[in-house]
Design a protein around this ligand. Structure first.
Ligand SMILES: Nc1ncnc2c1ncn2[C@@H]1O[C@H](COP(=O)(O)OP(=O)(O)O)[C@@H](O)[C@H]1O
Ligand SMILES: [Mg+2]
Length: 389
C-alpha cells in the first residue's frame, strides 16, 4: 500500500492554483452548508472525454512525449470512476486534462456539458470552481491552520466572514476534524491532513472531485478511512469522483467502474466487479493478482504439478461475483455430483459494493468435466491452476 509513485511526487503549487482558480467576484455563488439541500445523487456532474490526446513537446535531447492517446471516457454524474495504472502511464495528465490544467493536443473534455478545452482562461477559472482536487501530498499551506486552509478558496471569492465561518465549520464537521480546526498542518497526521484537503476541495461546492493518488502516502488503515470519507462525500453530496491510483486495493474499496491506463491508453474498462472477475489484459490481471488473498496459497503451490497424468485431484480457482457469490455453490456441487471438494484457500470480499468470492478448491480429477460444466452453469469463472498427485 505504500508504494511510492516517483512521477507523482512533486506536487506543485500550480496544481492548486489558488489565486487564479477561483473567480474573485463577490456574491458570485450561493454557498449552501455541506450536505444541506442536496438530494443524494443530485450534486454531481457528468464527465466526457472524446478522443483526448496529449503530446508534450520535445525538450533538449528528450523527444516529444505522447502522454495520452485518444482517450474516450463517459462518466455519468454521481459515479466513482477509478483509473489505475503504473507510474508514468498518464494518470496525472488525464486528471489535469479534466480540470483544464492541461490542454489536450486533440479531442474534447466535457464536464457538466461544458467543453473545458475550448474555454478561455477567465471562463476556465469559473468552471474550475465546479471541480475540486486532492493530492498525494495534500498541498496544504503550512502557515495556515486547518480552518484557514479550508477557508482559502472562500476568501478568494470575497465571501462575508460569517458565511465563510459557517461553511468551513460545516466542512470540518463533514470530514471529522472539528476539534483540529486551529491546528497547523505540521501538527496533523497524514490522514488528518488529507481530511483538510478534502474539506478545502469541497469548499466551493464542486460537482466533481478529482483525486490524484490521494491515499498513496497513507498507511492501509488510514487509506481505508479516507476512502470511506470519499464514499460518504459521493453518497451524501452526489459528487462525481475520479480517483487515480496505482493500487487495486483502492479501486476495490469504493469505485463503481474502473479504467486501466497503460502508456497513455485506456486498455480495459468496466464495472469493478466485472474487471475483477474477467480481467482481459495482462496488466489488469497483474494489478488484481497483487491483492492479498489472490495468490495461490504457499502450502498449495509447492504440491502443484502441471501434468494431469496420474493426478488424483485437479485444483481450480473459482471466481464468483454478484448473485453467484451469495449462493452455496460449492456445497451444492458436492451434493449434486456426489464428490468431495477440498477448500484450499481464497477470500470472500466485497468489490464495488457487490459480493465477490475467490476460492481455490481441489476436486477429483475424474470429475473435472462434470464439475466445470456445473460451475459454468452456476455462473462461476473457473480456471485450472494445476494438479495434485
Ligand atoms: N509537463 C510535462 N512535460 C513533458 N512530459 C511530461 C509532462 N508531464 C508528464 N509528462 C510525461 O508524460 C507521461 C505521463 O506522466 P503522468 O501523467 O505524470 O503519469 P502518472 O501520473 O501515471 O505517473 C510521463 O512519461 C511523463 O514523463
Ligand atoms: Mg501521477
Amino acid at each position: 500500500m505504500m508504494l511510492h509513485d516517483p512521477a507523482a511526487a512533486p506536487v506543485f503549487f500550480r496544481d492548486l492554483a489558488p489565486a487564479e482558480s477561483f473567480p474573485i467576484r463577490a456574491g458570485a455563488s450561493s454557498v449552501p452548508a455541506a450536505g444541506v439541500d442536496r438530494p443524494a445523487g443530485g450534486g454531481g456532474a457528468s464527465i466526457v472525454l472524446d478522443g483526448v490526446s496529449k503530446i508534450f513537446p520535445a525538450r533538449g535531447s528528450d523527444g516529444p512525449v505522447e502522454a495520452l492517446k485518444e482517450i474516450s471516457l463517459d462518466i455519468p454524474r454521481g459515479e466513482i470512476y477509478g483509473v489505475i495504472g503504473r507510474s508514468g502511464a498518464g494518470k496525472s495528465t488525464l486528471i489535469r486534462a479534466i480540470n483544464g490544467l492541461e490542454r489536450p493536443s486533440a479531442g474534447e473534455v466535457i464536464v457538466d456539458g461544458v467543453v473545458i478545452n475550448r474555454l478561455d482562461e477567465r471562463a476556465l477559472r469559473a468552471e474550475r470552481r465546479k471541480i475540486g482536487m486532492i493530492f498525494q501530498h495534500f498541498n496544504l499551506l503550512s502557515s495556515r491552520t486547518a480552518f484557514e486552509n479550508v477557508a482559502l478558496p472562500l476568501e478568494l471569492l470575497s465571501l462575508p466572514r460569517a458565511t465563510i465561518r459557517d461553511k468551513v465549520s460545516g466542512l470540518l464537521e463533514l470530514v471529522g476534524l472539528t476539534d483540529k480546526r486551529d491546528r497547523y498542518p505540521v501538527e496533523l497526521s497524514g490522514g488528518q491532513k488529507q481530511r483538510v484537503g478534502i474539506a478545502r476541495a469541497l469548499a466551493t461546492d464542486p460537482k466533481v472531485l478529482l483525486s490524484d493518488e490521494a491515499t498513496s502516502a497513507l498507511d492501509p488503515e488510514t487509506t481505508r478511512s479516507i476512502l470511506a470519507l470519499l464514499g460518504k462525500v459521493n453518497d451524501e453530496l452526489g459528487v462525481t469522483i475520479v480517483l487515480i491510483t496505482h493500487e487495486m486495493a483502492v479501486i476495490k474499496e469504493i469505485c463503481h467502474r474502473v479504467g486501466v491506463i497503460e502508456a497513455g491508453r485506456i486498455i480495459e474498462e468496466g464495472p469493478v466487479s466485472e474487471v475483477f472477475a474477467h480481467p482481459r489484459t495482462a496488466t489488469a490481471r497483474s494489478f488484481i493478482g497483487s491483492l492479498p488473498g489472490r495468490e495461490i496459497p504457499a502450502s498449495l503451490a509447492g504440491r502443484l504439478g502441471a501434468d494431469p497424468a496420474g493426478a488424483s485431484q485437479v485444483v481450480l480457482r473459482l471466481t464468483l461475483t454478484g448473485e453467484a457469490a451469495g449462493q452455496p455453490v460449492v456445497t451444492r456441487l458436492a451434493r449434486e455430483l456426489g464428490i468431495d471438494i477440498a477448500l484450499l484457500g481464497g477470500q470472500i470480499d466485497s468489490i464495488g459494493g457487490a459480493p465477490f468470492a475467490l476460492l481455490y478448491v481441489g476436486v477429483p480429477a475424474a470429475a473435472e468435466g462434470r464439475v466445470r460444466a456445473a460451475l459454468d452453469a452456476a455462473g462461476a469463472v473457473t480456471e485450472v491452476i494445476g494438479h495434485v498427485a
